[in-house]
Design a protein around this ligand. Structure first.
Ligand code: ADP
Length: 422
């Protein structure tokens, strides 16, 4: 059967988050990394999530990658498409939420869609068009000084209007609370006034379920992963899929275990500290690495000698004062790329030595590792901690992978991941 839902996400961990949500809803889901090649092999799945890295690139390139992805997805006869962005609506006046939405609408020949980043479970709610993070307006949170996508305006109608030539409107929560028919009528009323994209209020999961039902026939949906909670039932009601608790069941993978941590966020620092109490650990220092690249070989040899006895950890994670001093010595970009390249080379060598269970901490670090291993698709399994599922590679050799962005996961995440992954 053809996949019922084709998704295009504007970043990697956001894509995983959405895939995790779809699997929890009972859809067998695969995640692809980057614009798929025309001959990419796809197992039998209900949903496909393509992870782009298009959040902050030039709008023209984001549009082109999104359209190529759409075209690839359309080959399966998929009927519904989802453009996924961050639940804090990360974007600038130039884009890329507006330009990509507009381009996808044109390509799919649709005249109306919604934009709904709400995700009440994680504190992202929309009230009268204003996005809240917890109890604060978006513009009053740390997002107002984000280095790439500073969000200084909380009214999403205003934000999106700046990014698109289409008319943006609003469906307020009372219309959603009123139920399915009044909600559909509000969509129609907005369309009549020339609105093409509706920001939709959502304060509770119930709002998302009602919205999910109301957009069952929409060819294109845009939003955060929250809006996906209402979708799986639509496909089952239309007899397109049979939702299954088994969606997260993957073939078990056996082999040596490795944890790589390149994130310096607080959660990862605690996870490194906890895991290294019970397992051998090796620390990489960017300044030393700069002077003596042979440390990479030494780390590989060190791991090869120990992995037969149990999982090992190789990490570069350091507290903020240490990172600051490193960055003052060799610059933040150089420090970052030295570690990312080292992690990629180490992962490749140790997979060649038989590692088949791999946990990686850090968004950029995960990107570097997955790139070095040449992985282009992942099947999504059971959730380890919120937002982070266990996965396995579709291509051979089969590797069980847990890729988490720095701040995710409980303190025992590394062990839990190794225990939970297929
Ligand atoms: P997160 O998900 O926490 O943002 P990332 O992997 O995306 O983690 O980013 C962390 C960045 O910090 C990477 O570029 C990594 O190479 C770099 N890095 C890791 N350890 C150090 C360190 N000790 N000093 C400086 N930079 C580091």
């Amino acid at each position: 059967m053809a996949p019922v839902l084709g998704c295009i996400a504007d970043d990697f961990t956001g894509a995983t988050d959405l895939a995790n949500m779809l699997v929890r809803g009972g859809l067998r889901t695969i995640q692809l990394l980057g614009v798929p090649k025309s001959d990419s092999h796809i197992p039998d799945v209900d949903a496909i999530v393509i992870a782009l890295k298009s959040r902050t690139i030039e709008p023209e390139i984001a549009i082109s990658q999104s359209l190529q992805s759409l075209e690839w997805l359309q080959k399966f006869g998929t009927q519904q498409f989802f453009f996924k962005y961050c639940s804090t609506f990360d974007s600038t006046d130039e884009g890329n939420i507006g330009p990509v939405t507009e381009a996808l609408m044109k390509a799919l020949d649709v005249d109306f869609t919604i934009a709904c980043p709400a995700f009440p479970e994680t504190g992202r709610t929309i009230f009268k068009g204003h996005l809240f993070v917890g109890d604060a307006l978006l513009s009053d949170t740390h997002m107002n000084s984000h280095p790439l996508t500073p969000m200084t305006e909380s009214n999403l109608v205003t934000v999106l209007n700046k990014q698109t030539t289409l008319n943006v409107g609003l469906v307020q929560y009372d219309k959603i609370e009123a139920g399915l028919e009044p909600l559909r009528n509000s969509f129609d009323a907005l369309k009549k006034t020339g609105v093409s994209i509706a920001i939709t209020d959502s304060i509770t999961d119930n709002h998302l379920y009602t919205l999910g039902e109301a957009i069952a026939d929409f060819k294109l949906i845009t939003g955060g992963s929250g809006i996906a909670i209402g979708l799986p039932n639509n496909y089952q009601n239309a007899n397109l899929v049979r939702l299954t608790k088994e969606a997260s069941k993957l073939e078990p993978v056996t082999g040596l275990s490795l944890v790589l941590a390149g994130s310096c966020s607080d959660a990862t620092l605690s996870q490194v500290e906890k895991f290294s109490k019970n397992n051998p650990s090796f620390k990489l220092d960017p300044v030393e690495l700069d002077l003596r690249p042979a440390i990479i070989e030494e780390a590989i040899e060190w791991a090869n000698l120990r992995m037969g006895q149990g999982p090992v950890l190789i990490y570069a994670s350091a507290a903020s004062n240490e990172v600051k001093s490193i960055q003052e010595k060799i610059g933040s970009e150089r420090a970052g790329s030295l570690i990312e390249n080292a992690m990629g080379s180490i992962a490749k060598a140790l997979v060649d030595s038989g590692v088949r269970r791999l946990v990686v901490a850090g968004g950029e670090t995960a990107g570097a590792v997955v790139g070095a291993l040449g992985i282009s698709s992942l099947q999504i399994g059971e959730q380890i901690d919120p937002g982070v599922p266990g996965t396995i590679t579709v291509e051979d050799p089969k590797i069980a992978l847990a890729l988490k962005s720095g701040n995710f996961g409980e303190v025992d995440f590394f062990q839990k991941a190794l225990d939970t992954m297929p």
